[in-house]
Design a protein around this ligand. Sequence first.
Ligand SMILES: N[C@@H](CCC(=O)N[C@@H](CS)C(=O)NCC(=O)O)C(=O)O
Length: 219
Amino acid sequence: MIRLYGVARSRATRPLWVLYETGMAFEQIPVVQAYRLADPLAADAPLNTASPEFLAVNAQGLVPALRDGDLVMTESLAISWYLARAYGGDLAPQTPQEEAMALQWAFVGGTAVEDAGLRITKAITADGYEAAMQQPAVQADIAALRRPFALIEAGLEGRDWLLGARFTVADIMLAECVRYAQPAKDLLADYPRLSAWLARAQNRPAFARVMADRAAEPA
Ligand SMILES: N[C@@H](CCC(=O)N[C@@H](CS)C(=O)NCC(=O)O)C(=O)O
């Protein structure tokens, strides 16, 4: 059986969302981030990213990781892609053109959206919305996000989903990167198609299950 290592309060949300969309059985091993523990190597510490057992699966000590038979994977977007491709039916791209665009959207998410979005969310969580918006670093991240957001806005013209009429793993991969920037509400409001697409994606029952998993875990 497929084993997914990682908690829902991590980038494991991406493959979890794909798995819930497919409805397939899998085993989740709740590996928590080491930095969230006082002493990750204590005898009574829960399995975490610094545990030797987990480092034997992913030597870089990051979640998520996936084991499917002999295949071991350690990148959330690639894992999501694989699960959709292997088990997701038409959740996966079906043509070389769809594959090309799905990969492109994943790279946009992973290279142009994710880090800036995470920094913005952390600043808003730490300091509150108004104070965070005054910070030059946050303003720089918001300015940087305008480029990929303009691209997404243009890419969604005349279509509900990134690849056209059907929801695919491309939407999961990019939506889970854009979610990090979601607390920047005034930024998102400037991109109505992106905002409506994100709302549509987050309306899916599989996404609600992932968020319920997150809410059930300690913060
Ligand atoms: N590029 C990796 C990044 C994975 C990553 O940064 N995971 C974080 C949690 S979201 C982690 O495991 N941090 C634990 C640590 O830094 O010890 C991916 O997308 O899978």
